[in-house]
Design a protein around this ligand. Structure first.
Ligand code: SAM
Length: 384
């Protein structure tokens, strides 16, 4: 699994337990990213629709949400062909190894060679998704960053000196699902028949496509104009998300919550984002009963190492290492919501000691209310 900001590693078992306790048989993961949450739901037997606007997330979705055992049986042969593809000095080598220094040139030529071979093999969509996922995960293991692709290290990280090697993405048991690559608000208007929607949108100004532009280019296999020290794709200036804008994020989230036809919603968000937990709670209460949990979470590795400039030099200090993740479960049946919260609670790590210490905009409940218990179920404002 790639290094990914906001990946729900800590919350995944709790989200899975909550969705199972709701009795949901199908779910849509609207902001799927690594697809970790969708994988957990698939393992639990749900039919999953995995959606994200990033092309790399679409590849992960084909690999982890759609591919079945029959695709995995063919994968070894495909990876053997890709491993034997000739090196190529192409776009990735020129851009990500010479203009920028995300990889060594030797690994850049492997990346270009394998990426060209993926196209030559003209694979079906699941095998293509598996091949692209294998390449991106292999590149992630030998990159020279602190986790995001806005900068690279001045000297190669030790792992970057190892030769790139493909591994098969692990098979995920459970029914094969589906993948979409749409704006979540547009998809919400077209959904039909899903029991539950999981919402994990970006909650601050940092664009995922900017942070992971190298994966986007590897997934698309194109040769875009680029800008800046990190050689970001020029089209990212137009491919913006409302959820990364302080002004547009709340109206977008409100529209999404109002538009979703699924009876149940599960929403996770970090206290470091734009929104106040109290306002979000109020918005969700318009859909029915609201259950809530909080968990302390380690921040991403870059936060531990400090702030770096585009040359990878350390120019700042670590402000804090933990944040609070909020998990809301919302729906028309209060008993099911309470059961979902009860199932999820034991699977979360230790509760945060204070409610929302990092975000000055966040509401400030007394510590006694948030600590330890860190959960509550609120009455319905308007059931559905
Ligand atoms: C917080 S991350 C999700 C992380 C994911 N839950 C995981 O565990 O890996 C938010 C995701 O939303 C995607 N995104 C941003 N704007 C979007 C939009 N308008 N519609 C759909 N996806 C969007 C980003 O590409 C990013 O992958």
């Amino acid at each position: 699994m790639i290094k990914y900001l906001g990946s729900k590693r800590v919350l995944v078992p709790a989200i899975g337990a909550a969705v199972s306790a709701l009795g949901a048989r199908s779910a849509v993961d609207l902001f799927a990213g690594t697809t970790r949450v969708g994988q957990e739901l698939r393992r639990r037997g749900l039919h999953v629709l995995s959606n994200d606007t990033a092309a790399y997330a679409e590849a992960f979705g084909r690999a982890y949400i759609c591919a079945g055992p029959w695709h995995h049986r063919e994968l070894a042969g495909v990876l053997a062909k890709l491993e034997s593809a000739p090196d190529l000095d192409g776009y990735a080598t020129a851009t990500f190894c010479r203009s920028a220094r995300f990889f060594t040139e030797a690994n850049g030529r492997r990346i270009d060679g394998i990426r060209a071979a993926v196209d030559r093999l003209a694979l079906g969509s699941e095998l293509r998704g598996l091949a692209l996922t294998s390449l991106i995960e292999a590149a992630d293991r030998v990159d020279s960053t602190v986790g995001v692709q806005m900068a690279y290290l001045k000297r190669y990280a030790a792992r970057a000196l190892r030769p790139l090697a493909l591994r098969p993405p692990g098979p995920v048991p459970g029914p094969p699902g589906e993948v979409a690559a749409m704006d979540a608000n547009v998809l919400a208007g077209a959904l039909d028949g899903y029991d539950c929607a999981y919402l994990d949108p970006p909650y601050n100004q940092h664009s995922y496509l900017g942070n992971y532009h190298v994966w986007e280019t590897l997934a698309r296999g194109d040769s875009p104009e680029h800008y800046g020290v990190a050689c970001k794709r020029a089209d990212l200036r137009e491919r913006t998300s409302a959820y990364n804008s302080r002004r547009r994020a709340w109206p977008a989230l409100r529209e999404l919550v109002e538009r979703l036809p699924t009876p149940y919603l599960v929403v996770s968000f970090s206290d470091e984002g734009f929104h106040r937990p109290a306002e979000l709670r109020q918005l969700l209460a318009e859909r029915g009963h609201v259950g809530e949990l909080q968990a302390a979470n380690d921040r991403y590795v870059g936060a531990r190492i400090g702030i770096h400039n585009p040359a990878g030099e350390r120019v700042g200090t670590v402000s804090h290492l933990r944040n609070t993740e909020h998990l809301f479960v919302v729906g028309p049946d209060g008993e099911r919501v309470a059961a979902a919260i009860a199932s999820a609670r034991p699977l979360l790590g230790p509760a945060p000691r204070t409610s929302s210490p990092r975000n000055p905009a966040a509401d400030r409940r007394p510590a006694s209310e948030a600590a330890g218990a860190a959960s509550a179920t609120h009455g319905t404002a308007r059931g559905r």
